[in-house]
Design a protein around this ligand. Structure first.
Ligand SMILES: Cc1cc2nc3c(=O)[nH]c(=O)nc-3n(C[C@H](O)[C@H](O)[C@H](O)COP(=O)(O)OP(=O)(O)OC[C@H]3O[C@@H](n4cnc5c(N)ncnc54)[C@H](O)[C@@H]3O)c2cc1C
Length: 502
């Protein structure tokens, strides 16, 4: 069930999802206000929404012209809509002026508080914090209202399922609720009252689901993200003030963003396309040269941004596992190009050699254990071979002889790729494919037959399965099914890389 929802949501960009989700939340607030449930009046909500979004979009366009870049209108709309829920909607010039200033500063922060083309702070949080320093008006986070709890919860769930950031948001919510509850209990409140206040009067779900999840301000590794979530969650319960700076939710998030930055949330890298190679009838490999050294661990992914005219709903950014070893001198990615491909993929594969694209992020936790003596089982579904290609090539380049079984499942022998990397690393390769004849398999590779992956196939082909650390990579449905199979077969450590979007 959750897999189907993930798959459906994966077909819409995060930008579109947040624009629609936040607009729906604003409509809910308006209806609740009209029916007298909210303290806020409908007209101020409407006027504030128009001011926040209009100023945000106008600033984005103005700044883009000044910095000679393309404006990102949808991102500006999201920033405006988030700010709407932070400042109390009022018709006074002072309140509307603060909101407008916050929208302007939020967009300016994307350019001015940026490191190598990537903003450092969550723009809405930065805008609200800086506008608050004027002393004209302060954020109230009126989104934390018991009548808005269910719509905010739904929006948070949608974002969490779409981004698969269960652990990040879960950690944040648990730490924030515990910290806020504890603080109130220490101050004399009953536990049940304190708990309900944490959910109803603190913007925990909104901050965690809509703002903390912003990918450009997250650190690259999962443990770092969880620490950031814990720090921001705990800070929600702490009262302090440093000069004009008070302990607000936006300040907590900004502290978390600075921590992420200190941990190496990396700037964008310019890449030049050096070649395009057809790996299989449906897969191409693109090789790039980077303007500056790119640091990554084999198994991590790169986010590519390819602006193109009239992008479809999936947008102009995509994440691909890097398929080359860091020492290779070039950075490669491989992708399946279906007959009816997205506008992004069509634009990417149409790029002539010499074209420049932006790598807007590098990260991920799909990395092999540091101890090279640990026996491994790598399970690849189709194009899911890419992170393993990087890992196997890196192991071979470092002279490591890891004990690796690669279980490679494809819909046709012709789809098998990266045989060289597997051979160089000395991996034992087992192939599952409906292609009946053995012809076409690289030397030494064993065909397990036309069967689907099952517990029987696994235990028969890899008898020491439960002694191995398993890594599974491929389309989300295949990854989920394989993880369940491996767990049932007694494998304790299973790491997964779900290629959401397929
Ligand atoms: C950590 C991670 C690593 C990844 N690594 C890789 C990798 O190494 N290689 C790789 O190829 N992918 C990888 N992916 C997946 C990648 O990011 C894309 O989501 C995936 O390739 C799908 O690309 P696409 O959206 O361009 O769709 P396409 O691949 O072009 O199309 C996929 C399907 O959707 C249909 N479709 C296309 N556009 C639309 C549309 N606008 N509306 C409706 N249907 C449409 C197509 O007809 C096709 O059936 C990774 C994802 C993650 C999260």
């Amino acid at each position: 069930m959750i897999g189907v929802v993930e798959e459906r949501l994966g077909r819409v960009t995060m930008y579109r999802l947040l624009t629609l989700g936040l607009t729906a939340l604003a409509v809910c607030a308006l209806v609740l206000s009209l029916t007298g449930r909210l303290f806020v009046e409908p007209l101020p909500i409407l006027v504030s929404a128009v001011v926040a979004v209009a100023v945000s979009v106008a600033s984005a366009w103005g700044l883009a012209a000044a910095f000679r870049t393309r404006p990102h209108t949808e991102s500006a709309v999201i920033t405006g809509l988030i700010l709407l829920f932070l400042f109390w909607p009022a018709l006074e010039a002072r309140s509307l002026g603060t909101l407008a200033l916050a929208a302007l500063l939020a967009n300016a922060s994307k350019y001015l508080l940026a490191w190598r083309g990537r903003h450092v702070l969550n723009p809405a949080a930065a805008g609200a914090l800086l506008a608050g320093l004027t002393g004209w008006d302060a954020t109230t986070w009126w989104v934390a209202d018991r009548w808005l709890l269910v719509p905010v919860l739904l929006l948070t769930l949608v974002v969490v399922v779409r981004t698969r950031r269960y652990a990040l948001v879960g950690t944040f919510v648990v730490v924030a609720v515990l910290a806020v509850t504890l603080r109130q209990v220490v101050e004399g409140a009953a536990v049940t009252d304190a708990l309900s206040t944490a959910f109803v009067s603190y913007p925990i779900l909104f901050l965690g689901g809509v703002m903390l999840t912003e990918p450009l301000t997250l650190p690259p590794r999962r443990w770092q993200q969880l620490v950031e979530a814990g720090v921001v969650g705990a800070l929600l319960a702490v009262s302090y003030h440093v000069g004009p700076l008070y302990s607000t939710p936006e300040a907590a998030l900004v502290v978390g963003n600075l921590l992420a930055f200190a941990w190496g949330q990396r700037g964008a890298v310019r890449l030049t396309l050096t070649r395009q190679t057809r790996l299989t009838p449906r897969t191409v490999e693109l090789a790039f040269r980077a303007d500056r050294p790119v640091r990554y661990v084999p198994g991590q992914y790169v986010e590519l941004t390819v602006p193109h005219p009239r992008p479809d709903a999936r947008g102009s950014r995509r994440v691909f596992s890097v398929s080359s070893a860091p020492a290779a001198g070039e950075l490669t990615v491989a992708l399946t190009v279906p007959e009816r491909a997205s506008t992004f993929k069509r634009a990417l594969v149409a790029l002539p050699v010499g074209s420049r694209v932006r790598a807007t992020g590098l990260g991920g936790d799909f990395v092999l254990p540091a101890d090279p003596t640990r026996p491994l089982l790598l399970v690849a579904g189709g194009i899911g071979i890419t992170p393993f290609a990087a890992q196997l090539a890196a192991a071979a380049a470092a002279g490591e002889r890891r004990d690796v079984v690669l279980l490679y499942s494809v819909s046709d022998h012709a789809d098998l790729a990266y045989a060289d990397a597997a051979r160089a690393a000395g991996a034992r390769v087992l192939v599952l494919s409906p292609t009946p004849e053995l012809d076409g398999l690289p030397d030494g590779w064993r065909h397990l037959g036309e069967r689907r992956l099952s517990a029987d196939v696994l235990t028969e082909a890899v008898p020491d399965l439960d002694q191995r650390d398993a890594y599974v990579s491929g389309p989300p449905a295949m990854v989920d099914d394989t993880r369940a199979l491996l767990r049932r077969a007694g494998v304790r450590r299973v790491r997964t890389d779900a290629f959401s979007g397929y």
